[in-house]
Write a protein that binds this ligand. Structure first.
Ligand code: SAH
Length: 348
């Protein structure tokens, strides 16, 4: 039988486990410091632990949750890693280098059960939730790929899967990411993107003052029902009502609304003008993403002129709005393209 993975546990949870097996509670911080702050990958390298303790830990715990299958580098510098779990499930994470930051886009599920009509991950179907260890090990593996050449400064849960359908493992992973003795990321540098699984949002925000991104994509239920089928369960007024109610909870952090622009579907000037009244009362930032085409969808991005017109109309309504430049489309690493295609023949 394989050993439990130590990376599945936040420091608090590890304290309890250590105590139960006769190890001092404070060792949890020490081990986490080695694993996440210093990036070691074996108990043997934890040189300020006694030999006996290292042996005991190695008998009780495994450390590695993921192996790297392949790494692809885009012409724009974006890196996509194809990863494998211990039971052979496959997933992808993407590193997006920008001038002042390096953002890692991590996955929370193998596949996704939500079947959004424009998303390639949705077309894969759902295999299983990732464990907390498999979530944080995506950071460890990408750091290994970078080899000290760059640091991961920001983290977005925008890879494969719906984070809020894997809330327990997601929150355990976030606790490690923001703990000063573990990864030590500032909560504002962590963003969780959701389609809006309404009953789970408040609990997520209670873990740490992270940023919330909401995949909106439409200004009417009629269109959103088609693009994001879970809208039938949590329609716009329910979702936006909850965000309004939680406005004070998340300490002035704006909600990022992602809006994938699809030609002829949600890209009219009426849509653009409906956004501001719809989002009224929510501190909002709108992020426009032109549809990234892929094999599982007929949808296409609008023309540049139409995108520009939409952007201007939203800006004129007083909302903060940005256009997201697509990163890594040549290696199928852009939003909505993660579907485990290729990547084995041109490993970097
Ligand atoms: N399930 C979560 C996390 C995934 S985030 C969520 O949907 O929010 C991935 C983002 O990429 C989402 O905003 C999603 O709507 C967007 N996306 C999916 N397919 C896309 C495509 N083909 N082109 C552009 N954006 C896409």
């Amino acid at each position: 039988m394989s050993l439990p993975c130590l990376k599945d546990h936040s420091i608090d949870s590890l304290r309890e486990r250590f105590q139960a097996s006769g190890i001092e509670r404070w060792r949890a911080e020490q081990v986490a410091g080695w694993l996440y702050a210093r990036g070691v990958e074996s108990f043997d390298e934890m040189t300020d632990l006694s030999r006996e303790l290292r042996v005991q830990l190695a008998e009780q715990w495994s450390l590695r949750a993921l192996e790297i299958d392949a790494v692809q580098r885009s012409l724009d510098g974006t890196l996509k890693a194809a990863l494998r779990t211990r039971d052979g499930a496959r997933l992808e994470s993407v590193l997006i280098p920008e001038e002042a930051r390096n953002t890692l886009c991590v996955s929370t599920q193998v596949g996704c059960p939500l079947a959004c009509s424009f998303c390639a991950t949705g077309a894969l179907g759902f295999t299983r939730n990732l464990t907390a260890g498999e979530i944080v090990d995506q950071v460890c593996r990408m750091r290994e790929v970078l080899g000290g050449a760059a640091e991961i400064t920001n983290l977005v849960f925008m890879g494969m899967g719906e984070p809020l359908l894997n809330l327990a493992n997601l929150t355990e992973a976030i606790r490690l990411l923001v703990h000063p003795k573990a990864f030590g990321l500032a909560p504002r540098r962590v963003t969780v993107s959701t389609v809006g699984v309404v009953p789970q949002i408040e609990e997520l925000l209670s873990v740490a003052p992270i940023h919330l991104a909401v995949s909106l994509h439409a200004t009417t239920d009629e269109v959103r029902d088609v693009l994001v089928p879970i809208n039938r369960q949590f329609p716009l007024d329910v979702l936006l009502g909850e965000l309004r109610r939680l406005e004070g909870v998340n300490k002035r952090r704006p909600v990022f609304f992602e809006y994938t622009l699809i030609d002829g579907l949600n890209d009219s000037l009426e849509d653009a003008r409906r956004l501001a009244p719809l989002l009224h009362g929510i501190p909002a930032k709108v992020n426009l993403i032109p549809m990234n085409a892929h094999d599982d969808s007929e949808y296409r991005a609008p023309s540049p002129a139409r995108i520009d017109g939409f952007l201007r109309a939203v800006a004129a309504s007083g909302l903060r709005v940005t256009l997201r430049r697509s990163r890594g489309p040549d290696i199928q690493a852009a939003c909505g393209q993660l579907a485990l295609r290729g990547g084995h023949d041109h490993a970097a």
